[in-house]
Design a protein around this ligand. Structure first.
Ligand code: LLP
Length: 432
């Protein structure tokens, strides 16, 4: 029997799919410790039930309204994950030819794909036109011109939305705020009318929509509504010029709970948005959303083993086997991720700096965390399902972690741990 511990188990961010039972952290019906033992660490673990629940919260909020959810797959593009969303009926927001190839690899429907990004290359445009994507979210006038040329050359017409930069403050971290004037994204709202006029004159294009994405980890509805109002004003001006749009894309950005945030629920956003659309007589419009983080963030954790507990005069370090190359968010954005022991213990609590093995001072995962841990314990870094594995790299010649998807009491290895051969594939020494 598991010994009773005096401490109250913490409440995982990914609940109810991640929870403590008898001192052990579970995902669905599987103790995370079992997965760490089977596959080693660092290890990304996702919950299928959590993915479905996140999807369902959008589906419930949408009801019978005309909304297309295009999963912002930059948040997590593992084939198993995007396959699951494709099966649930999701479209995809892509930002590269590589992401489109992934969608096609799982049999995703290209007519539900929107193609975002400021730097689309000719080959990516060709590939997307060939596949027949729903829409190109165009971010500049030179991109409009290039896309038209490519389409004409291929004997095709490219469906386009302009990604408008509405100059609203998403009230989030500056690195993930994208709707302000100073950001590189989108076409400034003041010149959008002129850009649309240009788009309608270009022979290879068909104007179908308008798009914006104001940032990420947004927890308030007001920035969305500010952006929406500006887009609706633009649409009204376009209508006067004879340009009618079929869809309005509000991007992604809904936040999740990492620490004590109160996330913005899809139902709150959609209720408010449809109220405005109704008020403007635009309820017939198709709404497109591009959520990434809110569909996957709290469906995943990163498991990591404590290699050493190092006590210095200044600080106590828990040196773990996951580093900034495996989970970059803390180093890059100062991001806060919960740290949970996979098995609760009664050792005395100590305040730790949780750091990785990479040779950089920025290689930390969590600051100042009170933990009851010993060398060899496994920790779960929470809320790692979004922008976790996808941002992982090979720095210090470290192979990227394996990924496991849990389904009830079952699980599937959905990506093998990288080996040394994987790391050096394509490299060559100079001739001797
Ligand atoms: N659509 C566009 C055009 C985007 O640029 C993004 C995210 C999304 C949708 C999805 O946004 P979400 O729903 O996930 O907030 N690496 C950062 C986040 C970067 C977000 C980039 N764009 C992080 O780890 O916080």
């Amino acid at each position: 029997m598991t010994p009773q511990t005096a401490q109250q188990p913490p409440v995982p961010a990914g609940q109810p799919h991640f929870y403590y039972k008898d001192g052990q952290l579970y995902v669905e019906s599987v103790p995370l410790a079992d997965l760490a033992k089977t596959y080693g660490t660092p290890l990304y673990v996702y919950s299928r039930a959590a993915l479905r629940a996140a999807w369902q919260s959008y589906a419930d909020a949408i009801g019978s309204r005309k909304v297309l959810v295009c999963f912002g797959m930059k948040a997590n593009s593992n084939l198993a994950i995007i396959d699951e969303f494709a099966r649930l009926g999701s479209g995809f927001d892509i930002v590269s030819g590589g992401e489109l190839a992934r969608v096609l690899a799982v049999g995703g429907d290209p007519s539900k794909v929107v193609f975002s990004g400021v730097g689309k290359q000719v080959w990516e445009m060709e590939q997307a036109l060939q596949a027949g994507v729903k829409c190109f979210n165009v971010e500049s006038v030179p991109e409009l011109q290039r896309l038209s040329e490519v389409a004409v050359r291929m004997g095709k017409i490219a469906p386009v939305s302009l990604r408008v930069n509405p100059d609203v403050d998403a009230q989030t971290h500056p690195y993930i705020s994208t709707g302000l004037k100073e950001n590189k994204f989108g076409i400034a709202i003041e010149v959008a009318l002129a850009a649309y006029a240009q788009a309608t004159r270009l022979p290879g294009l068909r104007v179908v929509g308008v798009d914006c994405h104001i940032g990420s980890q947004i927890t308030e509805v007001s920035p969305y509504l500010d952006a929406l109002d500006k887009l609706l004003d633009l649409m009204a001006a376009l209508k006067k010029e004879g340009v009618e749009l079929a869809h309005l894309d509000l991007g992604g950005g809904l936040g999740i709970r990492y620490d004590d945030e109160t996330p913005l629920a899809p139902v709150t956003l959609l209720t408010a948005v449809f109220e405005r659309l109704q008020a403007r007589g635009l309820a017939h419009l198709q709404l497109v959303l591009e959520p990434g983080r809110s569909l996957v963030g709290n469906a995943g954790v990163l498991l990591t083993d404590v290699q050493y507990l190092k006590h210095t005069e200044d600080r106590d370090f828990a040196i773990v086997d996951a580093g900034m190359n495996d989970l970059m968010r803390p180093a890059l954005y100062d991001a806060w991720h919960g740290v949970l022991p996979v098995v609760l213990s009664d050792v005395a609590p100590v305040v730790y700096e949780v750091v990785g093995p990479v040779c950089e001072s920025a290689d930390w995962l969590a600051h100042d965390r009170q933990l009851r841990i010993s060398q060899g314990d496994t920790l779960a870094i929470e809320s790692a399902g979004a922008y976790g594995f996808v941002m992982a790299g090979h720095y210090n010649s470290r192979g990227r972690p394996a990924e496991v998807l849990v389904d009830g009491s079952d699980w599937h290895l959905v990506r093998q741990r990288e080996t040394f051969e994987d790391l050096i594939r394509g490299e060559q020494m100079l001739p001797r």
